[in-house]
Design a protein around this ligand. Structure first.
Ligand code: SF4
Length: 213
């Protein structure tokens, strides 16, 4: 295990070198907008979300602002995004709860966040780390795939992958590791065809070494 911890640090160093600018690729001006953007990003690219929120966030900055919209008005504004009907409903339900129960503020803890409509553990972790600076590893499809390919985790479910990553990586690295693994998954370790020939992690990656054994 200790060896693998050292490998994990080396892997993070290599990824930091490869992606020195790795960060959240969603645009937002406050934690509430980050929460909205993250909900919108499910099964959609961050690029598409940013296109939609560019106008939306100029006018709607708080839960109260969103509650001036009817569901069909919000649907109209986000209709370029997948699952927009469901997302519009969840967003408005969530805004009502934020106003009624949380004084219009985004709660700063996992339990309250995942009690909100449309907010799962991944979204909550994104908000905790990028919005509040609390160390967390949000495991999305990229983090899940890349971490399990490299061998930083070995699991077929996201919660276990999150726990294994938290155990193998020092806490101060959790949030950055999330970004680095996403960037690597989007740019090189792609789902269908990982570009191993240009990857800096071939020496450490279990998937690559099993394939080439
Ligand atoms: S060597 Fe291939 S499978 Fe392993 S992390 Fe790199 S791109 Fe992904």
């Amino acid at each position: 295990m200790e060896n693998r911890r050292n490998d994990a640090l080396l892997i993070m160093e290599k990824l930091k070198e490869k992606y020195p600018k790795a960060k959240c690729e969603l645009n937002f001006n406050n934690t509430f907008q980050l929460l909205i953007a993250t909900i919108l990003s499910a099964q959609t690219t961050d690029k598409k979300v940013n296109e939609v929120t560019e106008d939306l966030f100029k006018k709607y900055k708080t839960p109260e602002d969103f509650l001036t919209l009817t569901q069909s008005e919000l649907e109209e504004k986000i209709k370029k995004i997948g699952l927009y009907r469901n997302k519009a409903k969840n967003i408005l339900d969530m805004c009502r709860i934020l106003v009624e129960k949380f004084n219009g503020e985004v709660p700063k803890n996992m339990d309250d966040l995942i009690s909100l409509p449309g907010v799962g553990r991944k979204t909550a972790n994104v908000v905790l780390s990028n919005g509040f600076g609390i160390p967390a590893i949000a495991v999305d499809t990229h983090v899940f795939r890349v971490a399990n390919r490299i061998g930083l985790a070995n699991s077929d479910n996201v919660l276990e992958t999150e726990k294994q990553l938290m155990s193998i990586l020092p806490k101060y690295m959790w949030s950055l590791a999330h970004h680095l693994l996403i960037w690597h998954g989007r740019r090189i370790c792609e789902a269908r065809k990982p570009k191993c020939e240009i990857c800096p992690l071939t020496s450490e990656c279990y998937f690559f070494n099993d394939k080439n054994a």
